[in-house]
Design a protein around this ligand. Sequence first.
Ligand SMILES: C[S@@+](CC[C@H](N)C(=O)[O-])C[C@H]1O[C@@H](n2cnc3c(N)ncnc32)[C@H](O)[C@@H]1O
Length: 114
Amino acid sequence: MIRDQARYHQRLCSYHIYIDAFAGAGKHISKKTGAFVLGSPMNALLVEPPFREYHFKVLPKAKYKDYRRALCILDPYGLHLDWKVIYKVGQMKSIDIFLNFPVADINRNVLWRN
Ligand SMILES: C[S@@+](CC[C@H](N)C(=O)[O-])C[C@H]1O[C@@H](n2cnc3c(N)ncnc32)[C@H](O)[C@@H]1O
């Protein structure tokens, strides 16, 4: 019984996908020091244990029914995030999102109008 549950749990959670919809170049130059700084895609590639799939700028089919689960990083510079992406991810029930919410751009370009 316990072994069956462990196998079931392992099957549910054994296929992890990394999605970085605004991956950028992978490396940046620090304004303070001039040194290279790793961006989110390079950091993801260094995570242990590794993800099974990596998708930069693509939303793959991380289907719930296929026992796949994904972490999706949304790190846009400004307001150009298509909110239908978040709606779609919510419907899939298999993807967690880290959203870097563009507060400065919202304040500058949206809230003052309404
Ligand atoms: C805030 S940066 C992301 C930085 C990255 N998360 C990191 O840690 O290095 C946003 C990136 O999204 C890219 N970008 C802008 N519009 C995009 C689009 N429609 N599709 C994919 N990438 C886009 C930009 O070129 C830029 O590199």
